[in-house]
Design a protein around this ligand. Structure first.
Ligand SMILES: [Ca+2]
Ligand SMILES: [Ca+2]
Ligand SMILES: [Ca+2]
Length: 333
C-alpha cells in the first residue's frame, strides 16, 4: 500500500513536470518574478478596501479571516499582509492610473515561502486579478493552473510556480507576480491605458465542492482547508510599473502643452508653448484601448485628425523619451 502511494506521488510529480510550461519560481532561470527592491516600481497602491472571506467556506460558523487590515496592502511591499479568507476580495486604488506599456504593467505581492529542500516548490496561496477603468466593471486576467487535481493541496504542501499563470501569489514573499495588460486588450468597456482599480479575489482551493476554476474550466488546487485567522490570500502590496500622469498641461523642463478644442469635431491641435522636447509622441486610443494613431510630434503645433471616428470618448496620450506618459480625455462630438 505504501509503495502504491509513493508510486502515485512520483507519477503525479512526473506528470506535473511534463505539463509545467509557465515561468518557474523566483530565483530560477526564466522566472518573471520582480523583486520588491528592483527599482522598476514607479508607485504603489494608495487605497484599499477588504471584504473578508470565511476561514472555511464550507463551515461559516468558524467566522472570517481576521489577520491584518487594509493598511497592510498600501505602500511598498514589506511582507506585512492582510489575509482575505476563502473567496475574500481586496480592491486597490492608486494616485495615478496604470497604463499598458511594454511588458508587465504592475505586480502583486503575497507572502508565500519556499520549500527548504526544493527551490522550485513553495507554499503558495493564490488569487485572481481583475482590473477596471471605471471602478464599476471589472475584467479578470485569464488564469491558468496546471497543478494536478487528484490530491488536495493542503496547509503543509508545496506547489510548482511553473504550473501557474496570471495568478497572484505565484511567487514567494517580496517577489511580485507581474501582470501585462496586453492580455486584456480589445475588451469592450475596459481601457487598458487607464486602469484605475485592481481587485484581488482569493482562489478557493478545494478540488471538490467549492472549487475555483481557471480560464479553461480547470479546478485550481490551492491550499485547503486553512481554517485560521490568516486564511486565504495574504496581500502585501501592488507595485505599479507603468504609471499614467493625468495632466498634460505641464511636462518636465517647464514645457507647457495645450490641447484644443475639446470637445472636438474634426480634430485636435497639440500645441507646445515653449522649448520643444525631442522624441515626444502622441497616441490616440479609443475607449477599448485600441491605438488609432501614433504621431511623433515634430512641430510646436500638431494637428490630429478625428473626423473619421464615431462620436464618443477618446484618449490622447503623450509620452517622452524617459517613458513618462500623460493622458488627456478627448470628447468627439
Ligand atoms: Ca504591458
Ligand atoms: Ca485560497
Ligand atoms: Ca504590505
Amino acid at each position: 500500500m505504501k509503495f502504491t502511494v509513493i508510486s502515485l506521488i512520483s507519477f503525479l510529480s512526473f506528470f506535473c513536470n511534463v505539463l509545467a510550461q509557465y515561468a518557474p519560481q523566483a530565483g530560477l532561470t526564466g522566472s518573471t518574478a520582480i523583486s520588491a527592491t528592483s527599482g522598476r516600481f514607479a508607485a504603489w497602491a494608495t487605497g484599499c478596501t477588504i471584504q473578508r472571506g470565511f476561514m472555511d467556506i464550507a463551515n461559516p460558523t468558524l467566522g472570517y479571516a481576521s489577520i491584518g487590515d487594509s493598511s497592510q496592502a498600501i505602500g511598498p511591499a514589506d511582507d506585512n499582509t492582510v489575509s482575505l479568507g476563502d473567496s475574500g476580495i481586496a480592491d486597490l486604488t492608486f494616485i495615478h492610473p496604470i497604463y499598458n506599456g511594454p511588458g508587465p504593467d504592475f505586480a502583486v505581492f503575497e507572502n508565500g515561502f519556499r520549500n527548504a529542500t526544493d527551490s522550485s516548490l513553495a507554499f503558495l496561496e493564490l488569487g485572481f486579478v481583475e482590473v477596471s477603468s471605471d471602478g464599476i466593471h471589472y475584467f479578470r486576467f485569464p488564469a491558468n493552473s496546471l497543478t494536478q487535481t487528484q490530491v488536495q493541496v493542503s496547509n503543509n504542501s508545496y506547489i510548482d510556480a511553473a504550473n501557474l499563470n496570471n495568478l497572484a501569489g505565484k511567487y514567494v514573499g517580496m517577489y511580485g507576480t507581474p501582470f501585462d495588460l496586453d492580455d486584456l486588450i480589445g475588451i469592450p468597456g475596459l481601457d487598458v491605458n487607464n486602469i484605475t482599480n485592481v481587485r484581488i479575489v482569493d482562489v478557493v482551493g478545494p478540488i471538490n465542492g467549492h472549487a475555483s476554476l481557471d480560464s479553461a474550466g480547470r479546478r485550481i488546487n490551492d491550499p485547503y482547508p486553512t481554517p485560521y485567522p490568516s486564511c486565504g490570500f495574504d496581500l502585501d502590496a501592488i507595485g505599479v510599473i507603468h504609471e499614467l500622469y493625468e495632466s498634460v498641461k505641464q511636462l518636465p523642463g517647464n514645457i507647457s502643452v495645450n490641447i484644443y478644442p475639446n470637445p472636438a469635431s474634426d480634430g485636435v491641435v497639440v500645441s507646445i508653448t515653449n522649448q520643444f522636447p525631442s522624441g515626444l509622441k502622441a497616441s490616440l486610443t479609443n475607449i477599448t484601448g485600441i491605438v488609432l494613431q501614433q504621431i511623433i510630434l515634430s512641430d510646436k503645433n500638431n494637428e490630429i485628425l478625428m473626423g473619421q471616428y464615431p462620436s464618443g470618448m477618446y484618449f490622447l496620450t503623450l509620452s517622452d523619451l524617459n517613458g513618462n506618459r500623460w493622458l488627456e480625455k478627448i470628447t468627439k462630438r
